[in-house]
Design a protein around this ligand. Structure first.
Ligand code: ADP
Length: 176
C-alpha cells in the first residue's frame, strides 16, 4: 500500500463538481436538504435525490446513509450528520470521528476508490475548523492504514484557509 500522504489529497473548490466515486454530504438528521453544502448537493443532484432521501427515514448524528448521485458527476452520495458544536464537552469529537469512519466504511463496502469529504460540521454547526480538520485527517488516516479501499480520500475545502488547515493537519500527522 502506498504512503499515507499519497492517499490523502486536499482540494479547494465545490464538492458537487468532483468526479469521484462518492462524495459525502454534511446533512441534517432529516436528510431532506438544508443550507450550505447540503443545499448545493441537492441542487446539483436534482429533485430525484430528495425522493430517495425521503425513503431513508432520516439519519442519526455520527451515522451515514448512501444514495445514488443522480445528476452529479459522483456515482454515490454518502449522507452523514455531524454534531452541532456545543463547546466540546458533549462528545462532539467522537461523533465527528464516527461520521468519517461510518462514511468510509460505506464507501469501502461499495468498492469506492475515491471519496471526497467536505469539512463536516464547520459551517452552520459551528465546529472549530482546526479541531475538525485534525479529527477528519486523523480518522481518515487510521482507516486508510487498516483498509485497502478507498484508495484515496479527498478533503474538499471551500476556501484556501480551510485547505491550509488540512495541509497542516496532514503534516502534523506525518511528523508523528
Ligand atoms: P454543517 O451543517 O455540517 O456545519 P455546512 O454545509 O454549513 O455544514 O458547512 C460545512 C462546510 O462545507 C463548511 O466549511 C462550508 O464552508 C463548506 N461548504 C459549503 N458549500 C460547499 C460546497 N459546495 N463544496 C464544498 N464545501 C462546501
Amino acid at each position: 500500500m502506498s504512503a499515507l500522504s499519497e492517499r490523502i489529497s486536499i482540494h479547494t473548490g465545490d464538492i458537487t463538481r468532483l468526479a469521484v466515486d462518492a462524495i459525502v454530504n454534511a446533512a441534517n438528521s432529516s436528510l431532506l436538504g438544508g443550507g450550505g453544502v447540503d443545499g448545493a448537493i441537492h441542487r446539483a443532484a436534482g429533485p430525484e435525490l430528495e425522493f430517495e432521501c425521503r425513503m431513508l427515514n432520516g439519519c442519526k448524528v455520527g451515522e451515514a446513509k448512501l444514495t445514488r448521485g443522480y445528476k452529479l458527476p459522483a456515482r454515490y452520495i454518502i449522507h452523514t450528520v455531524g454534531p452541532v458544536w456545543q463547546g466540546g464537552g458533549k462528545g462532539e469529537s467522537a461523533l465527528l470521528a464516527s461520521c468519517y469512519r461510518r462514511s468510509l466504511e460505506i464507501a469501502a463496502a461499495k468498492d469506492c476508490k475515491t471519496v471526497a469529504f467536505p469539512a463536516i460540521s464547520t459551517g452552520i454547526y459551528r465546529y472549530p475548523r482546526n479541531e475538525a480538520a485534525d479529527t477528519a485527517v486523523g480518522t481518515a488516516s487510521d482507516f486508510l492504514q487498516q483498509n485497502a479501499l478507498p484508495e484515496t480520500v479527498v478533503f474538499c475545502c471551500f476556501d484556501d484557509q480551510t485547505a491550509e488547515l488540512y495541509r497542516r493537519a496532514v503534516a502534523r500527522l506525518e511528523e508523528r
